[in-house]
Write a protein that binds this ligand. Structure first.
Ligand SMILES: Cc1cc2nc3c(=O)[nH]c(=O)nc-3n(C[C@H](O)[C@H](O)[C@H](O)COP(=O)(O)OP(=O)(O)OC[C@H]3O[C@@H](n4cnc5c(N)ncnc54)[C@H](O)[C@@H]3O)c2cc1C
Length: 593
């Protein structure tokens, strides 16, 4: 089995050349994020990912987490890896120094997180959920709550969970029924939550559950949901974990993938909880945090695609089968044009997704810290527009890429020994949790495009048009060929924005929402690949840096244009035809089928 090696060259290229690390490092509080420091962080993270996390990925999948009498045992090696992870300060990387963190920009924590997700997605979910819970507390927790929980959680000694889902409340959280009854300075929480990632495990000394619940007098629907902190063990006055709170894991799920990550059914039976922020505003707080969580899951799509590509490439170089079309001798399958096509599809889409994710991460940093309020606002609007695209497109494409990885392996991809199948199984959840692709697409079409009359989307289209004039200056034939493809893509997005804004029938707008999201992703990826190709051309002409890398970047961008970006007009047609027939059959016709 091939070992994971972080794609450091591409990560550095995207960070420095596309996402503007130097500009991010000028933002107040981010001065430490110099190129050298970031390089050192990436090197160290890459070692940890390759040497500690990657070797546990396959065995973790085979063994899985195991539930017994309310306790969950994670697979062999996970406890030790988590201890090293925390001791290395990795858990604290994205958080403020005030709470024991390293205060690095989102742009820097993004490639590091990509490495955790590529090398061991199941493991990475524990710190990811802890991060979500920390952000909720930072956002609206009272000072005593912050003091009691944040230092331990930032250090990683205590982990966090997000308890939203209930059997009857999945995509629609207005149906949450868990109860919270006031009792002095706290609340008593009762109800059942399902699908809770790392709801119970043996990695840390305590687990801090963030739970959505309703108080008895709360209004119906989304306006009556509050957010509570419910620790597994009640903290003692000295900060050590004390008495057991009745918040119990009654079972864990048997799943298609991410076997090492325990997915818990939690029962709260008058468990002590503390409200976060104000009553009835829980879902609002969740929505504020949602961008971060959705971005993180989008990054899982990038990460799994990268890992699947690396494994497929290693296999294709070794597997001897078939004869070279010109020389006639038996060759490794990487010599066959169709295998190359699959590998190029994997590589080009992964690079496009990475570029979109990292540039979005930089926009998050600008939206939070830029001294100019107008720039903060514009970046904020851009991030809001792109989050459902990063989440929906990268995860859907991540599955496609992982599936291609299986195909490159032939029959060996369908059996478990090579590990290719695991990536496909693990990737499959990414389009479901943190809001399914359908929910992301409805968010894109409804909240991000129709609501502002298409203004944010048109601003983005203007960036594409600006790039067109840069492309027109290129002297490289491969780069020039991207120009009409990108122009066509921009036109396709523009037509769809007009359709969505103009349609009076919400069903027609939503029927084409997922194809529209895919179109946005494909064009945004093409935009970044074209930018990358132009920079590569510049570096090649100044004979500056890694010639082979830059030549490959241009060739990869060209391939992306010819194989992926060309899909834009077809997707446009589907969208502007109101989803092209998705509502054509009556319910009776479906029943008769
Ligand atoms: C492994 C795993 C880990 C998870 N971890 C967590 C966690 O840590 N915390 C947590 O709270 N939850 C977690 N979840 C739950 C996850 O977020 C939900 O499964 C997800 O939100 C979808 O909800 P659902 O499963 O009820 O599907 P449903 O909401 O029933 O959706 C079923 C289908 O209908 C579609 N659909 C639903 N509503 C609409 C609509 N209005 N318009 C169009 N289409 C619609 C969906 O897109 C989907 O295709 C996890 C789930 C899994 C499987």
């Amino acid at each position: 089995m091939s070992t994971y090696a972080a794609p450091l060259k591409d990560m550095r290229f995207v960070l420095n050349e596309l996402a503007g690390l130097a500009e991010v490092a000028k933002l107040p509080g981010y001065e430490d994020a110099s190129s050298d420091t970031v390089d050192a962080i990436l090197e160290e993270a890459s070692k940890f990912a390759s040497e500690v996390l990657d070797p546990l990925n396959y065995s973790g999948d085979q063994e899985g987490s195991i539930w017994s009498d309310g306790e969950v045992r994670t697979p062999k090696g996970f406890r030790e890896a988590y201890r090293q992870f925390c001791e290395g300060g990795w858990n604290a990387l994205p958080f403020e120094a005030q709470w024991g963190g390293q205060g690095l920009p989102r742009l820097v924590s993004t490639p590091v997180q990509e490495m955790w997700k590529s090398s061991n997605m199941s493991f990475s979910l524990c710190p990811l959920l802890t991060q979500g819970a920390i952000e909720a507390l930072l956002l609206r927790g009272s000072e005593p709550l912050k003091k009691a929980y944040l230092p331990k959680m930032v250090e990683g000694k205590w982990t966090g969970t997000m308890n939203l889902t209930e059997p009857q409340a999945g995509s629609d959280l207005s149906l949450v029924r868990t109860k919270a009854e006031r009792s002095g300075d706290h609340y008593l929480i009762s109800g059942q939550k399902i699908f809770i990632t790392y709801g119970e495990h043996d990695l840390a000394e305590n687990i801090v559950h963030l739970v959505l619940a309703r108080t008895p007098d709360a209004p119906e629907g989304v306006k009556g949901i509050s957010l509570f902190v419910v620790p597994k063990l009640m903290p003692n006055a000295d900060g050590t974990p004390g008495k057991r709170n009745p918040a119990r894991c009654v079972s864990i799920e048997h799943k298609l993938g991410i076997h090492a990550s325990p997915t818990a059914v939690m029962v709260y039976d008058k468990a002590v909880g503390y409200v976060v922020g104000e009553e009835n505003r829980g879902l609002e707080y969740m929505f504020i945090m949602m961008n971060a969580a959705r971005f993180a899951v989008g990054l899982e799509g990038v990460a799994i695609a990268e890992r699947a590509f690396q494994r497929a490439l290693a296999f294709a170089k070794e597997r001897l089968q078939g004869r070279d079309l010109v020389e006639g001798r038996t060759v490794p399958i990487i010599r066959h044009p169709d295998v190359r096509r699959m590998l190029m599809l994997m590589k080009s889409q992964t690079e496009a997704m990475r570029a979109l994710a990292y540039t979005t991460a930089a926009a998050v940093d600008f939206s939070n810290r830029h001294p100019d309020g107008e720039i903060r606002k514009r970046n904020h609007v851009y991030v809001d527009l792109m989050i459902p695209v990063v989440k929906g497109w990268s995860t859907e494409t991540g599955i496609d890429v992982a599936s291609l990885g299986v195909q490159v392996h032939g029959g060996m991809g369908f059996v478990e020994e090579t590990g290719a199948a695991q990536y496909l199984r693990d990737a499959r959840i990414t389009t479901i949790y943190e809001g399914t692709t359908g929910i992301q697409a409805m968010d894109l079409v409804g909240r991000k495009i129709a609501r502002d009359g298409g203004a944010a989307a048109r601003e983005w289209i203007s960036f594409l048009k600006k790039l067109d004039s840069d492309l027109s200056q290129s002297g490289n034939a491969d780069i020039k060929s991207l120009r009409p493809q990108l122009a066509q893509g921009a036109q396709a997005v523009s037509d769809c924005v007009d359709f969505v804004v103009g349609t009076k029938d919400p069903r027609a707008g939503f029927a084409g929402a997922v194809p529209f999201l895919k179109l946005m992703g494909i064009v945004a990826g093409g935009w970044q690949m074209a930018r990358a190709a132009l920079i590569a051309e510049k570096r090649l002409s100044s004979k500056d840096g890694d010639k082979s890398f830059y030549e490959a970047k241009i060739a990869t961008a060209r391939f992306y244009g010819d194989h992926v970006l060309v899909q834009a007009p077809g997707l446009r047609d589907t969208v502007v035809k109101g989803g092209a027939g998705v509502m054509a059959l009556s319910d009776e016709q479906f029943l008769a089928a």
